[in-house]
Design a protein around this ligand. Structure first.
Ligand code: C5P
Length: 225
């Protein structure tokens, strides 16, 4: 299967940003467009995979494709629950979602009102679980790929994420330029015990294709015990 190297494989892909509620009408979010995750989902389907797309807030339409199952989620806790439930049946997980690092400690159950004479508001945050790290610890055969968007010390930060999160690959990208929301990306691939490999600047779709080819090669190799 030269043209469909992911035939018979189940690939879970997360995309977009999470929304962490403040009260029933407000949330904390981020600028993730979901483009990288969606490009991965479409390409993986084209390459023969059954795709589970777990997505938060995205600014592009979701693909309509019988090979792509859609799992919309809201906040990080929901994304974790969805990812954990699909993980045992997946051959690989690609975490392209921008998961909120923090959630509001005590969500208001009513809309927070302006008060006359009150000019400041303090919110307390607690840390969200790291989804990638949590599920990577539950790995049996799965290949787990994470992203690291950095504005400085790209390689050092990405190497630490590879180690600490227990991922098989980290796709590091410099987001000090135009990667956020854009169609192009310049990435460096980190893998355990391998030298980092920097790919030339290319479209997110080309990054998706190259990354999924790497994944297909890895999935073909028997599991090392
Ligand atoms: O630590 P940082 O957020 O830079 O790590 C990025 C990688 O970790 C991405 O693959 C992202 O999807 C994943 N992540 C996660 N759970 C979090 C935060 C990030 O799975 N709470």
């Amino acid at each position: 299967h030269f043209d469909r190297p992911l035939l018979g494989k189940k690939i879970m892909i997360t995309a977009g940003g999470t929304k962490e509620a403040i009260d029933p009408v407000r949330y904390i979010g981020n600028h993730s467009s979901g483009k990288m995750g969606l490009a991965l989902a479409k390409r993986a389907a084209q390459m023969g995979a059954q795709v589970a797309l777990v997505y938060g807030n995205i600014s592009v339409p979701v693909p309509k494709n019988s090979q792509i199952s859609l799992y919309p989620v809201g906040d990080a806790a929901e994304m974790l629950a969805q990812v954990e439930s699909l993980f045992p049946d997946s051959d690989a997980l690609i975490m392209a979602a921008a998961v909120g690092d923090w959630r509001v400690k005590e969500k208001a159950d009513h809309k927070l009102k302006k008060q006359p004479g009150v000019d400041e508001l303090t919110l307390h945050f607690v840390k969200n679980p790291d989804i990638l790290k949590t599920v990577a610890a539950q790995k049996d055969r799965q290949v787990v790929i994470g992203f690291a968007a950095e504005t400085n010390d790209l390689l050092a930060n990405a190497e630490r994420k590879l180690r600490e999160k227990g991922a098989d690959f980290i796709v590091a990208n410099d987001v000090s330029g135009d990667a956020f929301g854009g169609d192009y990306d310049q990435v460096t691939i980190l893998e355990k015990e391998q030298d980092p490999v920097t790919w030339p600047r290319m479209t997110k779709d080309q990054v998706a294709k190259k990354l999924l080819t790497l994944l297909a090669n890895r999935l073909e190799k028997p599991v090392r015990e």
